[in-house]
Design a protein around this ligand. Structure first.
Ligand code: BTN
Length: 253
């Protein structure tokens, strides 16, 4: 079903709502192969049978309890080297949204997990289509736990309801999320990189502390120094400072 969306916020341009899809990212990826599909197209499903997470993991979400959606963005004038800034802007938008519902500190675990305390409340999977040195489009997939109380996953996730005890309207949470994405995306399009970089760093989980990272096959105590503009992380391990991309260094926790 398609509904026109006429509000002040400029995203989304249209919402495609589904009871069930395999994965909203996969559905939107197919759709977006037609270049005429508008930026801001949002695919929202109440349930995914094959929700995808990072590192080929699955994203599990109980039917109708959480937000599972994908948004089509076609950032203008964003150089490939700046692509991680989109991830930062979306992380901040999800963080802003979660923060607006709870009174607990919400942080961003590198590169883009959203945590309340040490528990994950939202995950982001951005899949890019690149042609030559240009970004054709980005599929921004977001899973935000809203009303789910019990999780099978061993990494102990949380939800808005688990934290506050309240039940939320998914549509209300979606509207808040879309407002925040609109304003963070505007910041990005206006090249207000300073604010995006500063706030991302300000909310970064466990920065300037020693944490366990898996490098190769080994777990290493690593001091987190910073995250570089391209999204790689700078760690000090055994007194040696080194830079790792997301695939090269994985959180142990
Ligand atoms: C992560 O592993 O943290 C990323 C999870 C991303 C999940 C969302 S749910 C909506 C969209 N569709 C998918 O198949 N995955 C993303």
């Amino acid at each position: 079903m398609t509904t026109a969306f006429a509000q002040l916020q400029f995203l989304p341009s249209q919402i495609l709502e589904f009871e069930e899809l395999s994965s909203t990212n996969d559905y939107l990826k197919d759709l977006a192969s037609d270049d005429s599909v508008e930026e801001g197209t949002l695919v929202w499903a109440l349930h995914q049978t094959n929700g995808k997470g990072q590192h080929s993991n699955r994203w599990l979400s109980e039917y109708g309890k959480n937000l599972t959606l994908s948004l089509l963005l076609k950032p203008k004038d964003l150089a490939l080297s700046e692509l991680f800034r989109l991830s930062k802007a979306i992380s901040l938008a999800v963080r802003d949204s979660v923060s607006s519902f709870i009174n607990v500190d919400v942080s961003i675990k590198w590169p883009n997990d959203i945590l309340v305390d040490t528990q994950k409340i939202a995950g982001i999977l951005i899949e890019n289509s690149i042609q030559g040195d240009k970004i054709k489009h980005c599929i921004v997939g977001i899973g935000l736990n809203v009303n789910q109380n019990f999780f099978l996953s061993e990494n102990n996730p949380t939800s808005l309801q688990k934290i506050t005890g309240n039940i939320y309207s998914l549509r209300d949470v979606l509207n808040v999320l879309l407002e925040n994405i609109s304003s963070r995306y505007l910041q990005l399009q206006l090249k207000n990189y300073k604010n995006i970089d500063t706030e991302y760093f300000q909310h970064l989980f466990k920065v300037y502390t020693e944490q366990k990272f898996i490098i190769g096959n080994e777990t290493k105590e690593s001091f987190i120094n910073e995250v570089l503009p391209d999204g790689s992380i700078v760690l000090t391990i055994n007194g040696e400072k080194k830079t790792y991309s997301y695939g090269e260094a994985r959180w142990k926790i």
